[in-house]
Design a protein around this ligand. Structure first.
Ligand SMILES: NC(=O)c1ccc[n+]([C@@H]2O[C@H](COP(=O)([O-])OP(=O)(O)OC[C@H]3O[C@@H](n4cnc5c(N)ncnc54)[C@H](O)[C@@H]3O)[C@@H](O)[C@H]2O)c1
Ligand SMILES: [Zn+2]
Ligand SMILES: [Zn+2]
Length: 383
C-alpha cells in the first residue's frame, strides 16, 4: 500500500509498505478514505517530538471503511464506515472508565503520561497512523464510531480531533455567562475553540494570531473579534486595555510549542531546544487573564521543562486546565451539534491533496501557503 513515510525533519514522502494485518483479536483494518494533517503533525514534521523514528507513518485524524475485523470485535463489521478518535484507548482501565480516554493506561507501554495516539512517535506508543491507504485500529470496539447516514465525510473527519479539541478548550475554560474569552491561535483548533466559546455563554470572544488570512476567517466563522499581535507593542497590555485593565475572564492557549512572537522563547525553545518549545502564548495567556481567572491549554508542549511564569499563576490565583482531548467522551454531543447545524466543521478545510502529494501537502500547511487552514489527504481510488 501507499503510506506517508517520515525520513527526517522537513522530509516526508510516499513509500510502499505492507498492508497492516490484524495483530490482536480486538483489531480492525481500515481502508482510509480521508485523512488530515494536523498542527500536531507539524511538531513531528519539524523534528520537535522526541523518538519520532524514520519510517513512521503519521496521521491521527482519519475516517474509512472497515476492511477486516479481529475475532473478538463485536460492534463493527466489514464495510462499516467509521470515524476514528485520535486516542487509542482500551476502554477498561481506571482512566478509560472515567472517560479519560487520552490517558489510557494500557494503550501506550512507552509512557506513564499519555496514552497511545495514532502516528505520533514512539513516545505515544509507536502506532502507524492513517495518512495511508490502510491502517490498523486497535481496541476497535472502543474508539471508532459509525458515521451516520447524512453526515458529510468531511464533517466526520474533523470530529476525530479538531472539533472535540476546540470544544474541550472552551469547556476547560469554565466560561460563565457574559465572560470575555481570549483565544491565542487562529489555526483550526483556535478557530473551533472560539466558535465553541459561544456555546458556553461567552459575552465576548477575541482571537489573537499573526496571520491576517486566518484572522479574517475566524472573524466570520466564530464570529468574533480578531487581532494581529504583530501590530501591537505588547499583546498583554492590549488585552488589559480592552478589558478595563482587569484582564480577560478566560484565556485559551491554542498555539503550543511552536509559538512565535518572543525572540528569547523562540531561541531557547525552538532553536536551541533548551526548553520543550516556546511558551510564548502560554505566557501571554497567564499574564493577560484577570486575577482568579482560568487558563485553558490545548496547545501541545513537549516534556519536560518550559519557561512558564508560575509565580504569576500563584499570585493571581489562576486555575490552569490542560488536556490531550479525550475525543470519544465528547462525540455524542458534538455529533448532535454537527447534525443540528450548530457547528459546520467542513468549512475549515481549505486544501485537498492526493495522498501521493504528501510532501507538497506538508510544505503547504507548514509554511502556511495559499491561505491554508486545514489540509486533507485523499488516498487513490477513494475520490
Ligand atoms: N490537546 C490536544 O488534544 C490537541 C489536539 C490537536 C491539536 N493540538 C495542538 O493545538 C495547537 C494548534 O493546532 P492547529 O492545528 O490549530 O495548528 P496550526 O499550526 O494550524 O495553528 C497555530 C496558529 O498559532 C499561531 N501562533 C503562533 N504563535 C502565536 C502566538 N504567540 N500567539 C497567537 N497565535 C500564535 C500561528 O500563526 C497559527 O495560526 C498545536 O500545538 C497542536 O499540536 C492539541
Ligand atoms: Zn490532530
Ligand atoms: Zn484504558
Amino acid at each position: 500500500m501507499k503510506a506517508m513515510n517520515y525520513r527526517g525533519p522537513y522530509r516526508v514522502r510516499i513509500a510502499d509498505k505492507p498492508i497492516p494485518e490484524i495483530q490482536h483479536p480486538q483489531d480492525i483494518i481500515l481502508q482510509v478514505t480521508r485523512a488530515c494533517i494536523c498542527g500536531s503533525d507539524l511538531h513531528l514534521y519539524r523534528g520537535k517530538v522526541p523518538d519520532t523514528r524514520v519510517g513512521t507513518t503519521f496521521g491521527h485524524e482519519f475516517i474509512g471503511v472497515v476492511q477486516e475485523v479481529g475475532s473478538q470485535v463485536q460492534n463493527l463489521k466489514v464495510g462499516d464506515k467509521v470515524l476514528v478518535p485520535f486516542n487509542i484507548a482500551c476502554g477498561k482501565c481506571t482512566f478509560c472508565l472515567q472517560g479519560l480516554y487520552a490517558y489510557c493506561h494500557e494503550s501506550n507501554a512507552m509512557s506513564s503520561t499519555v496514552g497511545g495516539v495514532f502516528g505520533y512517535s514512539h513516545l505515544a506508543g509507536g502506532f502507524d497512523g492513517g495518512q495511508a491507504e490502510y491502517v490498523r485500529v486497535p481496541y476497535a470496539d472502543v474508539g471508532p464510531v459509525l458515521i451516520p447516514d447524512g453526515m458529510s465525510d468531511e464533517d466526520a473527519l474533523l470530529l476525530t480531533d479538531v472539533v472535540p479539541t476546540g470544544y474541550s478548550a472552551a469547556e476547560m475554560g469554565g466560561i460563565k455567562k457574559g465572560d470575555t474569552v481570549v483565544v491565542f491561535g487562529a489555526g483550526p483548533i483556535g478557530i473551533m475553540a472560539a466558535r465553541c466559546a459561544w456555546l458556553f455563554g461567552a459575552g465576548r470572544v477575541i482571537v489573537i494570531d499573526c496571520l491576517e488570512y486566518r484572522l479574517e476567517f475566524v472573524k466570520k466563522y466564530a464570529p468574533c473579534e480578531a487581532y494581529n499581535f504583530k501590530s501591537m507593542d505588547d499583546p498583554v497590555l492590549f488585552i488589559k486595555r480592552e478589558t478595563d485593565w482587569l484582564g480577560a475572564d478566560v484565556c485559551i492557549d491554542a498555539v503550543g510549542a511552536e509559538a512565535c512572537g518572543n525572540a528569547l522563547q523562540s531561541f531557547t525553545g525552538k532553536t536551541l531546544m533548551l526548553q520543550a518549545g516556546a511558551a510564548t502564548a502560554l505566557h501571554w495567556a497567564i499574564n493577560s487573564v484577570k486575577k482568579g481567572g482560568n487558563v485553558s491549554v490545548v496547545g501541545v508542549y513537549g516534556p519536560t521543562d518550559n519557561l512558564v511564569p508560575i509565580g504569576n499563576v500563584v499570585n493571581k490565583g489562576l486555575t490552569i486546565r490542560a488536556n490531550q482531548t479525550s475525543v470519544k467522551r465528547l462525540l455524542p454531543r458534538l455529533m448532535d451539534h454537527v447534525h443540528n447545524g450548530i457547528i459546520r466543521p467542513r468549512d475549515l478545510i481549505t486544501h485537498r491533496f492526493a495522498l501521493e502529494d504528501i510532501a507538497d501537502a506538508y510544505h503547504t500547511f507548514s509554511a502556511k501557503l495559499g491561505e491554508c487552514i486545514k489540509p486533507i489527504l485523499i488516498p487513490n481510488g477513494t475520490y
